[in-house]
Design a protein around this ligand. Structure first.
Ligand code: BDR
Ligand code: CA
Length: 323
């Protein structure tokens, strides 16, 4: 199995990334770190613990990460994920609270220790795949503090846009929150994959998909009912803010790229992060035609077999329901 670490900011779509990372049979989830983004780091950490409890995942720890970007003020996103970061359709949290507590320590330190311990015990099992579905603050600190880990690490992230953004005209949320951290990650020289919104916007939870996703062997179970509540809230905010007909499940796409790369089309290219312009700081400047001549540093997902993606996600949800 592929060893993975998930760095996230749950967040409705992050919740599905957690379930997919925990239940895809090809993945071995080593641990989870959180980062401020969709909500404060306290709230997203609580949400990560609640998702693990809800999905019946034992033995995976959660460590709280950075409370804000490296150099900028924290930005949160209640208009999409609600006051709790994981609201249900009636306000308040969609999932019951668990009594689990986060691991002690700081995220980059705990991540580095877990990754080196794993590689020490399984020298042939690497690289460990760091999957980032929030701002890249923890990832940047990990690479800066522990450059010796770079040889054993590869990063796959949900974020960025080749063209039109979702937070600004050309900026996507995860990269726009902490452009300096993103710049550090994109220039770190580690193997890098990015799933931009052009691809994640094809993972739309349409009524047909919802029908499949929520159907259950035992009628509609409590588990699937709560999954339905998460998706109902998320669909409503996407309708309100973006006029989308259905909610795009961005974050599990990055997990799927690690678990099932054959369902993606990817293209190597140069991607640089704009950090200076007030208009476009956080833009992923994707050199599709190799016009800069700069060395290629990122495998960018260009398309995904959407039916295969839903098959994979639904299988993981079914496993979680049975757990
Ligand atoms: C990204 O922003 C967040 O709100 C989502 O969780 C996802 O990671 C999409 O732009
Ligand atoms: Ca996210």
């Amino acid at each position: 199995r592929i060893p993975v670490w998930l760095d996230c900011d749950p967040g409705h779509d992050d919740a599905f990334a957690i379930i997919l990372a925990a239940y895809h049979p090809r993945l071995h989830l080593l641990g989870i770190s959180t980062v401020a983004g969709n909500q404060s780091v306290e709230k997203v950490t609580r949400n990560a613990l609640d998702v693990l409890h809800f999905a019946g995942v034992p033995g995976v720890g959660v460590v709280a990460g950075q409370a804000g970007p490296l150099m900028r003020a924290a930005a949160i996103c209640p208009e999409i994920h609600g006051e709790t970061g994981l609201d249900g359709p009636h306000g308040g949290p969609a999932l019951p609270h668990s009594r689990r507590a986060p691991l002690p320590g700081k995220a980059p330190v705990v991540m580095a220790e877990a990754i080196s311990a794993f590689l020490g015990e399984h020298p042939d099992a690497g690289p460990v795949r760091l999957i980032c579905t929030g701002a890249l603050t923890n990832a940047a600190l990990l690479l800066a503090l522990y450059p010796e880990l770079k040889g054993g690490l590869a990063i796959t992230l949900m974020g960025g846009a080749i063209g039109v953004g979702n937070m600004g005209p050309v900026t996507e949320f995860n990269i726009q929150v902490d452009p300096e951290a993103a710049k550090m990650v994109f220039e770190a020289g580690v193997p890098l994959q990015m799933v931009p919104i052009e691809v994640t916007h094809t993972a739309l939870a349409t009524p047909e998909v919802l029908g499949r996703l929520l159907s259950s062997h035992a009628g509609i179970s409590k588990f699937k009912a709560l999954v339905g509540q998460l998706l109902t809230f998320f669909a409503a905010t996407y309708r309100e803010v973006f006029k989308f007909e259905a909610a795009p499940l961005h974050d599990p796409c990055a997990v799927a790229l690690v678990a099932a790369p054959s369902i993606f089309e990817v293209e190597e290219m140069r991607v640089d992060i704009e950090t200076i312009s007030p208009l476009s700081a956080g833009q992923t400047v994707c050199d599709v035609w190799h016009q800069t001549g700069r060395p290629k540093n990122c495998a960018v997902a260009r398309a995904m077999d959407v039916d295969a993606f839903w098959d994979i996600l639904i299988a993981a949800l079914d496993r979680a329901e049975a757990a």
